[in-house]
Design a protein around this ligand. Structure first.
Ligand SMILES: Nc1nc2c(ncn2[C@@H]2O[C@H](COP(=O)(O)OP(=O)(O)OP(=O)(O)O)[C@@H](O)[C@H]2O)c(=O)[nH]1
Ligand SMILES: [Mg+2]
Length: 490
């Protein structure tokens, strides 16, 4: 490896069929820069640059990849080089023709310099600022393409919520997802090219990567690799407000990290930090496994204490005989908005996923001096990561004592039925199927009349409201009253 001044930076001794390149310093890495190193190596046959060589150049962002071929006696024969091209070019790199070994009238350092200036110009022309996180979304699965597309739509929403700009997608459909290498090297190279073109510093995989998959990805690419679970955890970490919320998220993050903390791989440092190294509480995510376990035990204990306090509050309330209705539903369905509209409150409601993490309760008054307690809860999402499910068990336990679940769904969402089904599945897993339930189709204001009619037919028992416009609330109040207050009235 030679640096720009032609000094030897590293000597690597390999075998006839390959060399192992150690992890290189990342000091120069930014989307506008090359590595500042070129790799000059020999091929013991007469073949020029191989596919493998080009991929190494790509993954390591080398200034250039140079090969020298030799005769059977070991004398120099020909040489060839390749270099990356700026993101605006139609191809990721250029492979120059073979030259006689004595033809050295090319200044590779000068050329790398020029190329880097070109990179910098393209980057500053693009809308990306250096502080911004940019990602490529990746789906590798056995599901049909349409399902993968839909999953990536949701992943894109999650990325947006986490403050990450999506600049590309890649979908790979396979018969079986490999437990060690989620993508073949060829596909990885394609992904790297896309990332280069989009100046993405992050690759976000849909679903949950197995520890081995994550390690192997980190071995190949220098970009940050995340999966859906980590992304969701990161959003939760950003949004957690209360002590309990923060503890729960930290516990979930540790649970996710623990099996992945195995590698000696230096690349793991890069993976474990989450987006921009955000982690809640006191935890440094690089801490070792033993300390993680201790910390988890302490978190569990503290959460238990909080839970006991809460159940005390709960039993107090039930003694007063005030019924409890809980708003549940898919994230972003409009639960908080509905709580605000019904109770004239100002709970945070945002067009973001998981705006609400902590349960908030408000009194909701009915005519004739009657009232109930209305609770806003954390939103659900399909394939809720197991770590979160467990961590949020405590919050969701509140639902246990609910007398009524008001299932709020976003009627304007293309995945309405899927979202309703996911929520029902989650309620089942939480053993809440027995609690009386109302289905409320929210955002009714956004629908065309013919869609309204269709939905009316498809879900005849559902109520139609707009939390934003305040329509349908009388009917909803009446339905709540019927379910909760009528039996007591005589
Ligand atoms: N057009 C329209 N938009 C709505 C309606 N209700 C809520 N929204 C919007 O939908 C977005 C999400 O609303 P929230 O109330 O935060 O949803 P949530 O279910 O509490 O979401 P999380 O707490 O993030 O799970 C916000 O941008 C609201 O303004 C409605 O009836 N009509
Ligand atoms: Mg909310």
């Amino acid at each position: 490896m030679l640096d720009r001044r032609g000094r030897v930076a590293l000597v690597i001794v390999g075998k006839a069929d390959g060399i192992y390149i150690p992890e290189l310093s990342r000091s120069r890495m930014s989307s506008a820069r090359l590595r500042g190193l070129r790799l000059v190596h020999t091929h013991l046959n007469r073949e020029g640059l191989s596919e493998e060589d080009l991929m190494d150049m790509l993954f390591l962002r080398l200034d250039a990849m140079v090969v020298l071929t030799v005769t059977a006696e070991g004398f120099p024969l020909q040489w060839q080089f390749a270099h990356l091209l700026p993101p605006t070019a139609s191809e990721p790199y250029r492979v120059e023709p073979m030259r006689a070994w004595s033809d050295t009238a090319i200044d590779l350092a000068e050329q790398a310099q020029a190329l880097e200036e070109e990179f910098a110009r393209v980057v500053s022309d693009g809308k990306s600022s250096s502080a911004e996180n940019r990602c490529i979304l990746v789906s590798v699965s056995e599901e049909p393409r349409s399902v993968q597309e839909r999953n990536l739509d949701e992943l894109a929403e999650l990325a947006k919520t986490a403050g990450i700009t999506v600049c590309g997608r890649m979908i790979q459909r396979t018969r079986t997802v490999q437990p060690r290498n989620i993508l073949g090297r060829g596909k990885m190279a394609e992904l790297e090219v896309q990332a280069l073109a989009g100046q993405a510093d992050m690759l976000i995989f849909d679903g949950e990567l197995l520890p081995a998959q994550l390690h192997n990805l980190a071995d190949i690419t220098e970009r940050k690799v995340l999966d859906r679970t980590q992304l969701i955890l990161d959003i939760f970490a950003q949004h957690a407000v209360t002590r309990a919320g923060k503890l729960q998220v930290e516990l979930a993050q540790l649970k996710y990290m623990l099996p992945r903390l195995t590698g000696k791989n230096r690349a793991m440092d890069r993976l474990m930090g989450g987006i921009g190294g955000r982690g809640p509480g006191e935890t440094k995510l690089e801490i070792d496994r033993r300390r993680s376990r201790e910390r988890m035990a302490r978190l569990r204990k503290e959460l238990d204490n909080l839970r006991r306090q809460r159940s005390y509050v709960r039993s107090n309330r039930s003694r007063n005989g005030i019924p409890l209705a809980a708003l549940v539903g898919y994230t972003n369905a409009g639960k908080s908005s509905l709580l605000n509209t019904l109770t004239r409150s100002e709970v945070l409601a945002q067009n973001k996923l998981f705006a609400t993490l902590d349960t908030t309760t408000r009194r909701l008054r009915f005519p004739a001096e009657r009232e109930i307690v209305l609770a806003d809860t954390v939103g659900f999402i399909r394939n809720l990561p197991a770590e979160l499910m467990e961590a949020f068990q405590a919050t969701l336990e509140e639902l246990d004592s609910a007398d009524l679940l008001i299932h709020v769904a976003d009627a304007s969402h293309t995945d309405l039925f899927l979202q309703i089904a996911s929520v029902e599945t989650i309620l089942d897993t939480l053993n809440l199927a027995r609690v009386p339930r109302l289905l409320v189709l929210n955002k009714w204001d956004l629908l065309d009349p013919h869609v309204q009619a269709e939905l009316g037919d498809a879900l005849p028992e559902a109520l139609h409201v707009s939390a934003l416009k305040g329509t349908g609330l009388d009917t909803l109040m009446k339905a709540i009253e019927d379910k909760l207050l009528v039996p007591a009235r005589d």
